[in-house]
Design a protein around this ligand. Sequence first.
Ligand SMILES: Cc1ncc(COP(=O)(O)O)c(C=O)c1O
Length: 284
Amino acid sequence: MIKFASVNGEIVPADSACLGITDLGFLRGYGMFDFLLIKNGQPLFVEDYLDRFWRSAHQLKLKVPLDREQLIAHIHQLIGSNGLADASIRLVLTGGYASDGYSPSENANLVILEHEYPTCHPDKYEKGISLLLHEYQRQFPAIKTTNYVVGILMREQLQKAGADDLLFYQNGFITETTRANFFIVTPEGGIVTAGEGILEGITRKHTLMLARKHYQVEMRQPEVEELKTAKEAFITSSTKRVMPVVQVSDIVIGNGKPGPVSAHLLELLKEAETAYLQNDARVS
Ligand SMILES: Cc1ncc(COP(=O)(O)O)c(C=O)c1O
């Protein structure tokens, strides 16, 4: 049970935490967020998430009301108040209160929510997931805006198709899913993932660093046509780590089963997480 949240630097009971109705995130969708995991009370890869949070804020011309040190200390304060060893943290920043309903305020609103640790059914790793192609390009791909309208709107259609998520593409080129980055393994055994038109996932960053030691990596948007000959496909995200994809719309990927490359990268990523948390525990 999550008891506390933070609103503009104040820890408050989660069930009464709120923002006013002139908030620009609420009125105009002028908002952004980030999302990271907490393991044994330690935020995982926190520097990467905060770099991206500040990058998004800069691009949206929003001023984060705390500096980095203060924000990290405040995240720890919230984790301490809720007392969960494993959890997740959502940092939300909006354009603040707009008395005219349009102009961003000098003071952005910062809300920090803690959630339960996200769990993924082990079946998904053993059997792989299926994706549904959907032609769409996120408006500001590099910014983690709060706009997930298309993904949410398509939930019923996804369910009808028996697919787990949408795979976005445009003009025959694949970018990402609603909440994850996408990779293929080519017939030659190389790894291909989009280098632009996407949110640069933190899991993608760590997976690529590990992958480069063992595989040829190409940064370009894979073509939809390449799915037909790909040996494997997988997605990466903070909650799913490295998850195999065995079907995209009516295209079966490889032999229709999770492959060795995604399994290898998942193991390497788990090791990197453990190493990070051990080092972090030593310095903090
Ligand atoms: C659009 C989009 N792409 C990619 C990702 C994966 O990013 P990360 O690995 O940092 O979770 C997310 C995460 O929510 C996302 O929303």
